[in-house]
Ligand binder design. Structure first.
Ligand SMILES: [Zn+2]
Length: 446
């Protein structure tokens, strides 16, 4: 295998697979991707013999695809991924998460955040939306790590003014302190590197925030033109607590609606147990939803009725939700999602329409994720004019037997990648044509 290009411009020859904006699928068994000096895709299409020249990097039989868009990760929680199986959300938070998050100080973030971005790139993720911890300095360190690594990242400092794991802070100052720190972080990082880094105001969820915190954070997000992210309707125990804490609200979503927090820059994770009213209001407000099926199965939170949400017109992308989700790989998350929808279909009196096929899952993990963030003009698919956010995947590692061959049909190929993902199958990842640290590379593979 040749040397991987470190920065643009470069030209790759490989098998290409990508959703397209118009709803079709690009599949070129022998294709070409040309990245210009600015890191944008100048040409995507079939290889022609007339294209042959010395500077082309031939990656065949690897598959070049758009990078994954992971819309929900908790950076401080990564060390506990896979722990706490069998617990429910609120117990798991108390036993496995809040102590770990509380200890995510600057020193830990300086070590763990760079490692987290390398691990995300190794999983094939080129755009990540992440929660940091309550601490402004470790959030700042996470941004600095993302800036240096090259990944496309939306990050926010977690905000909690109820049940906080910050035991030291004066309760009377907790709201203003959290708002001021978040405001300052957004001023410093939102839009950095021509929009590669962005800020998300991040009130954890309704259980740990007062109405004041929700409203003020939503106002700041509008002021900065930044995102606003939180959790919504994940677990039944959580729903009971929210109903008790906000008796004036019609339902869970109404808590955020009353805060003025719903709109196209609102990113709501989980949304498993929604009423028809909530589904309609999310669509009407154009708020965005993150489906985290691996997490939802791990904590037995529930199974999202994805087909019904889609039919209603909801904009949905995927999240790993590590550490409630055990793995960063969105290929594993797609598998959990597919299994969930199959289980729903198997137990429903009338199986829902619109069960997602493998290429549909790939679209959800890439282009739909970019649409959730409103950046699908820049990333999410291999299309001319977009930025070169790419991964190169070795499908041979997913073969059930050595030498069993790689499916020629694109639907079958993606089915393999989803149902038999290999931890080393993503060999390289680029954002804007810059090679990211993390994936193992192509040395030694033939
Ligand atoms: Zn979460």
């Amino acid at each position: 295998m040749p040397e991987l290009p470190l920065r643009p411009p470069f030209t790759l020859r490989a098998r290409l697979l990508s959703p397209r904006q118009d709803g079709s699928v690009l599949h070129e068994p022998d294709g070409l991707v040309e990245v210009d000096a600015s890191g944008r895709l100048a040409r995507v299409g079939a290889w022609r013999d007339s294209d042959g020249h010395a500077s082309v990097v031939d990656l065949r039989p690897l598959v070049v695809m758009p990078g994954m868009v992971d819309l929900h990760v908790h950076l401080p929680q990564l060390p506990n991924a896979g722990l706490g199986a069998g617990l429910d959300l609120l117990t798991w938070l108390e036993t496995h998460i809040f102590p770990l998050e509380g200890a995510y100080d600057r020193a830990r973030a300086d070590i763990e955040a760079p490692a987290a971005f390398r691990a995300l790139a190794a999983a094939g993720t080129t755009t990540v939306v992440a929660y940091a911890a309550l601490w402004a300095d470790s959030t700042d360190a996470a941004f600095a790590a993302a800036e240096a690594h090259g990944i496309r990242a939306v990050i926010g400092k977690v905000m909690m003014d109820r049940g906080s794991y910050d035991r030291a802070i004066d309760q009377r100052r907790i709201l203003e302190t959290s708002l001021a720190q978040s405001d300052e972080l957004a001023s410093r990082w939102h839009g950095r590197d021509s929009g590669r880094l962005r800020y998300a105001f991040t009130p954890r969820f309704a259980v740990s925030c007062t109405a004041d915190m929700l409203r003020e954070s939503a106002g700041l997000a509008v002021h900065h033109g930044a995102y606003w992210q939180s959790h919504l309707s994940e677990d039944r125990g959580e729903l009971e607590q929210v109903a008790a804490l906000f008796p004036e609200a019609t339902d869970y979503l109404d808590v955020y609606d009353r805060a003025g927090a719903l709109g196209p820059r609102s990113i709501l994770a989980h949304a498993v147990h929604l009423s028809p009213r909530e589904v309609g209001r999310i669509v009407e407000s154009d708020a965005r939803v993150v489906h985290c099926p691996a997490s939802n199965l791990f904590l037995a939170s529930g199974m999202m009725p994805l087909a019904a949400y889609r039919a209603a017109g909801m904009r949905i992308g995927l999240g790993s939700d590590v550490a409630a989700g055990p793995e960063l790989s969105l290929f594993s998350v797609m598998r959990a999602g597919a299994v969930t929808q199959r289980a729903l279909a198997a137990t429903a009196a009338a199986p829902p329409d619109g069960i997602v096929d493998p290429l549909g899952w790939l679209r959800t993990a890439t282009l739909d994720g970019a649409r959730v963030l409103g950046i699908d003009g820049d990333t999410g698919s291999l299309e001319t004019g977009k930025e070169a956010d790419l991964i190169a995947v070795d499908p041979r590692l997913t073969a059930p037997l050595p030498g069993a061959g790689t499916p020629a049909d694109p639907e079958d190929l993606v089915s393999r990648l989803i149902f038999r993902p290999h931890p080393d199958m993503v060999r390289a990842a680029w954002v804007r044509g810059r090679l990211l640290a993390g994936p193992p590379g192509v040395d030694g593979i033939g």
